[in-house]
Design a protein around this ligand. Structure first.
Ligand code: NAD
Length: 507
């Protein structure tokens, strides 16, 4: 039997170099310094984009533009109907540009073209959902505080929001934040990852086309330091919405503390799927394979560990290995490819180091465990890898490996499965597979995670909040709860008639 299913390079005409600039106060501009940086495609090795490299000057100018636009009321004080109309137009424009955006997304990130297309189309739906929320903002009224008092609690946009995004789902994650911030009436400064800057620029072009006023959405291209750090510490920024690693999340939280900004963090995960003997094992094994290899495992929701009942562990692992061999790894531009390239050579080395460490710690490699060569594209790929005999204290069981690497742990009782699930500094998501509703409910209640999936994996909807507990983050994204993050609450207490009793004697 063949070991893996590999899609070797196909011949496709690649687009010409994408040149990205900053969007500041409605103008596309280069850096004051003239500096630029390039992104080389992890799969194809050619230079996909050249972007202006922002410094403190660009970050400060973008924040000033966002502050001025917010305070002017040009966006923050117009009706929800007007904001909604712009967001709907953006959704339409995204749909009209899916192929163009998806191509650059794939070349910068290394992910399969069919997946990029799905993400861009899904992002349009996020814009549409946020547009509906823009028209439904409301607070509370209090009409039972006594005959002399009426109170209202108003929702107001929080102000200027810094949005900092990672490279693994650049367009999708931006669309989990930006339309919701804009729907609330905030103004923003966006910094995409230095590895995947271009589709954020493309989205900026669509925003301009849709008629967003100057200064409402600003984009600064560049690196975490100095651009991201200025966006995290500047006094004129009211909130930071960040998705990325837990380590950088902590740096951002510390940088924001001096001015007590609101901080929303979507960070890493070490997400288990727990498989009971009474589960539909066919469906569970497919979900395990999907959970670990989707986006080459470079996914906050990657289900990088499974906790499987010891009575079925061996048979289940055999099934997972057999399915893994059928997943199509290789050229991201081939329509049939399911798993693409690793984001950088350094990251590929990091993944391999974890695997080799696990091996020397006593774990066994049931499949893979090496770099993968794809004819015509090189070896910035990694084999589908299944590791058994993993002990809970091994780094491979605890750390976010961020690669196509599955760790297998076993359990005997429900309590043990829950203890292993919660034995993590992370708390993003977890899944349970059982045909017994009581097992699923018990697990769902006791798992210390922001999301629990029962008999499924990674199903998500714009309506349903997403986020983590413990060191997977704070705050929520998407859904009504995600929308609420972008508001301040103001209480207005009103006296009816001249009924106030004087505090100081008037005699
Ligand atoms: P990263 O933390 O290295 O970088 C994320 C962003 O932060 C980039 O734009 C980077 O330039 C910027 N940055 C770096 N240093 C900074 C600093 N000092 N101040 C401000 N900004 C700074 O993360 P990454 O490698 O791009 O993405 C992978 C990580 O993201 C993984 O840990 C993954 O789990 C996490 N992630 C989480 C979610 C979620 O929703 N929970 C989703 C996707 C990715």
């Amino acid at each position: 039997m063949k070991d893996f299913t590999i899609n070797h390079a196909i011949s496709v005409e690649l687009p010409s170099l994408f040149e990205g600039r900053h969007l500041i106060n409605g103008n596309w501009c280069k850096s004051e310094s003239g500096d630029t940086f390039e992104r080389r495609s992890p799969s194809h090795g050619h230079i996909v984009s050249r972007s202006s490299r922002g410094g403190e000057a660009e970050a400060n100018a973008a924040i000033l533009a966002a502050r001025t636009a917010f305070d002017s009321g040009v966006w923050s004080r117009v009706s929800g109907k007007e904001r909604s109309a712009v967001l709907l137009k953006v959704a339409d424009l995204i749909e009209q540009n899916v192929d163009r955006i998806a191509m650059i997304e794939t070349l910068e990130s290394g992910k399969p073209i069919s997946q990029s297309r799905g993400e861009i189309e899904g992002a349009a739906d996020l814009w549409r959902y946020a547009a509906s929320l823009a028209r439904s903002v409301h607070g509370d009224s209090h009409n039972s505080l006594g005959a002399e008092i009426m109170g209202v609690v108003l929702k107001e946009p929080i102000g200027v929001v810094s949005i900092i995004t990672p490279w693994n789902f650049p367009f999708w994650i931006l669309s989990q934040k930006l339309p919701f911030a804009l729907a609330a009436g905030c103004t923003v400064v966006v910094k995409p990852s230095e590895m995947t800057p271009s589709t954020t620029v493309m989205l900026g072009e669509l925003l301009i086309e849709a008629g967003i006023p100057a200064g409402v959405c600003n984009i600064v291209l560049g690196f975490g330091v100095p651009v991201g750090s200025v966006m995290s510490s500047h006094a004129e920024v009211d909130m930071i919405s960040f998705t990325g690693s837990t380590a950088v999340g902590k740096t951002i939280s510390a940088a924001a503390s001096d001015t007590l900004k609101k901080v929303a963090l979507e960070l890493g995960g070490k997400n288990p799927q727990v498989i009971f003997p009474d589960a539909n094992l066919e469906a569970a094994s497919d979900a395990v394979v999907f959970g670990v290899y989707f986006n080459v495992g470079q996914c906050c929701n990657s289900s990088s560990r499974i906790i499987v009942h010891e009575d079925i562990a061996e048979k289940f692992c055999d099934r997972v290995v057999a399915l893994s061999q059928r997943v199509r790894f290789g050229d991201p531009l081939d329509e049939t490819t399911q798993v693409g390239a690793i984001v950088t050579p350094e990251h590929n080395t990091k993944i391999d180091t974890y695997v080799k460490q696990a091996q020397s710690d006593g774990a066994r490699i049931a499949l893979g465990g090496e770099r993968l060569s794809v004819n015509g594209l090189g070896d910035q790929f990694y084999q589908p890898t299944v590791i058994t005999h993993v002990a809970p204290d091994m780094p491979i069981a605890k750390d976010e490996v961020f690669g196509p690497v599955l760790s297998v742990l076993t359990f005997k009782t429900l309590d043990e499965a829950i203890a292993l699930t919660n034995d993590s500094s992370y708390g993003l998501s977890a899944g349970v597979w059982s045909e017994n509703v009581h097992t699923c409910l018990e697990f769902a209640r006791r798992a210390e995670t922001g999301t629990v999936w029962t008999n499924t994996w990674m199903d998500g909807f714009p309506e349903v909040a997403f986020g983590g507990v413990k060191q997977s983050g704070q705050g929520r994204e998407i859904g009504r709860y995600g929308f609420e993050e972008f508001f301040e609450v103001k209480s207005v207490v009103m006296r009816v008639g001249n009924t106030r009793t004087p505090w100081v004697s008037q005699d």
